[in-house]
Design a binder for this molecule. Sequence first.
Ligand code: ADP
Length: 446
Amino acid sequence: MNYKWSRYLRLILVILALATGVGAIFGYPMQGLLAGLLLYLGWTLAQARKLYQWLSHPGAGQEAPASIGLWGDIFDGLHKLHQGHLATQDRLLAQFNRLQESTNAMRDGVVMTDANGVLVWWNGSASYLLGLQRQTDRGQPIQNLLRAPAFQAYFEKRDYREPLELNSPARSHLHLQIQISLFGEDDRLIVVKDVTRLFQLEQMRRDFVSNVSHEMRTPLTVISGYLETMVDYSDELPARWKRAIETMAQQSTRMEALITDLLLLSKLETGEQHGAEAAVDIRTMCEQICQDARALSGDSGHEFHLDIGDRHHLRGDEDQLRSAFSNLIFNAVKYTPARGSIYVTWFTNRDGAHLSVKDTGIGIDPIHIPRLTERFYRADPSRHKETGGTGLGLAIVKHVLLNHDGELEILSEIGDGSEFICHFPRERLAEPDPEDESAPETSNEV
Ligand code: ADP
């Protein structure tokens, strides 16, 4: 480069010397030099104009202007640089098109929005599933286009650990699952899956369980009725029939409890069980349940400690809450040996409201805890005959809590007792009636 540069300088000097020489022949060396300089300046300006014109319209196929010397090399260098840029651009465009083709071939919808929820890009499936229009919707906030309140709440919440399910706004027969991921500076990647088939299968399963339970209920009631009558007259029966009839009566009672729980569970799942929401007085409810639990405990002599440390009521469905809390308190009785203690505590703090049911019972191996709320899951299957449970109690609790925006926490160690805590958000708290407020806080043995 240095060599070339000194060549250019030498060339310019030679041209200027020649111009001065020619000027000197005519007796005007300075004017000759000036004329040489002006000529060189004119030529340089002409080359700069060529460069300017080319830079203004460097069409894809357009060659860089031709020239000689320093300008020739500058044009060549720029031409190479330009060709390199065009090649990179082509390569990137090909990659981008391929990426678009592959995402368009996806069955799942993919949508990208910026930090304000404005639609930046989406694929073909997203247009189909969500009804987005390429011409009109680009640049619109997604909240204006997907107006379902569930979506709006999910989008704003920014807690995207669990996906959201909802009906397609564009095709009502489709059921969609939406999962959002945050990336970049609060941009969002929204993946939309068509889960209609799964949803229908799940619906069929629920309907099947509910129909079978309904159908079985009537014949079972008849059988139980006759068996109970026979048990009442068991003294008149031959001795070998007596035991058989008593066992049959016991089992039919269990089956009735099972069917009642199955029906309740399917109603909770379908939302059929959702009565009007009211401010539920937890103190009165827990007192009543503890009375029933005492009856269940019978001669076992369990001690009940009820501590209602907060007077707030809980906004919710009274029947559902009663059934959830009863299941927890009755379980505490069933899984706590005679003379054990059961603590029922209602308290609130800045995280919300909490109902804890703690016992000094047999406890649960922590490996079972994540699965305890599954239907028919039992930590110790050998004990279930003894306790006579249906295996559905905690599944009911979980569904009731889901319907009340709550969560169930289970703390337990084998031999160390268990604690089941129902957590409810603060928004569920309701002020008690002014008359109730005069009632003292309850902290006693029931
Ligand atoms: P079940 O009708 O068998 O009690 P649940 O759904 O109510 O069914 O409970 C599921 C399982 O959880 C029970 O089988 C039992 O193993 C365990 N479990 C529930 N509550 C307690 C408790 N308080 N102490 C120990 N184990 C419990």
